[in-house]
Design a protein around this ligand. Structure first.
Ligand code: ATP
Ligand code: ZN
Length: 293
């Protein structure tokens, strides 16, 4: 089924409209790809790379990538696993984070997984849910597959319990349900077709992967600059958690230097206080657009 494969562009499937759309587009833009208005068309050409985006429902992405209609796809791990798609998972991306949770009515009779014997469960994820109960050795569970609004199934007496995607758990609570167990942990994944690709396409994918890595490292790092007396440099160097040696430059004032380096964001506040105590002043932190280490 390579109906759309008339061009040699690297074709990437992304969700047309939903929770993953904006974050996927901003990741692609963040690694330097430029697109014209992606909301108006199904197939969007990239302006500066031989790449095109196919905007489709997230449920269709694993199959399109498996069939080679698209070379890459950005899609939830939940969807890839539910479809048991034959695709290569290139990497996880830390957005679209959620879990497939098993939930029951708050004051109902089901308290443990064993109590599910003979019960009905509503879900949009029958494969993952069935696997879960098989693993737990609970055999007599019937699954009612619904495509949406799963959380109201117990109230409608369609099912005794549900398994559904949850991020905060607010929807469960609002529907009088409590989470009993986690069936599957999910985040967005970048997946590649297992069909053979041209050298050019593979090189482009490798380049994108390297940029995604750089983008992630940059998002987790900050550029930090400070002034300090030259005598304080050894102590400051010891405090800085950077992998590489910092840049030290003389200032116009005698005996004073500027120290520049990159540090992991989560260490900033702690390090900054210690730097100040060590004699640093005018400490400035800047975000980094991208970096390749
Ligand atoms: P489509 O119209 O493309 O089929 P959809 O309604 O199936 O859209 P969304 O609700 O936009 O899909 O969710 C897309 C993906 O976002 C999910 O498959 C999952 O990977 C992720 N996600 C993250 N948090 C949640 C959440 N709280 N509920 C549902 N999905 C979530
Ligand atoms: Zn969907």
């Amino acid at each position: 089924m390579r109906t759309l494969d008339s061009s040699t562009s690297l074709r990437i499937a992304i969700q047309k409209s939903g929770r993953l759309t904006d974050k996927t587009i901003s990741l692609l833009e963040g690694i330097g790809l430029k697109f014209d208005d992606y909301k108006r068309s199904l197939l969007v050409k990239c302006r500066n790379f031989d790449v095109e985006l196919l905007l489709i429902r997230d449920d269709d992405i694993p199959e399109y990538v498996e069939d080679g209609v698209c070379d890459l796809g950005f899609v939830g791990a939940n969807t890839v696993a539910e479809d048991q798609a034959d695709v290569k998972i290139l990497r996880g991306l830390d957005y679209g984070v959620c879990r497939l949770a098993l939930a029951v009515p708050k004051n109902g009779s089901i308290k443990t997984t064993g109590d599910f014997e003979g019960k009905k469960i509503a879900t949009s994820y029958p494969v993952l849910t069935r696997n879960y109960f098989e693993d737990k050795g609970v055999k007599n569970v019937s699954i009612v597959t619904l495509s949406g609004s799963v959380e109201i199934a117990p109230r409608l007496q369609i099912a005794d319990a549900i398994s559904d995607l949850v991020s905060t758990g607010g929807t469960l609570k609002a529907n009088g349900l409590v989470e009993l167990d986690k069936i599957f942990d999910s985040e967005t994944q970048l997946v590649q077709t297992n069909k053979p690709l041209s050298e050019g396409k593979q090189a482009l994918i490798d380049k994108m992967l390297q940029r995604i890595e750089g983008h992630k490292t940059a998002a987790e790092s900050r550029y930090i600059m400070m002034n300090a007396p030259e005598a304080a440099v050894p102590k400051i160097k010891d405090l800085l958690p950077s992998m590489k040696s910092p840049t030290v430059m003389p200032l116009a004032d005698d005996g004073m230097v500027a120290v520049h380096t990159v540090i992991p964001i989560d260490t900033f506040w702690e390090v900054m206080e210690k730097l100040k105590a060590a004699g640093a002043s005018d400490i400035v932190m800047l975000p980094i657009e991208s970096m390749i280490v």
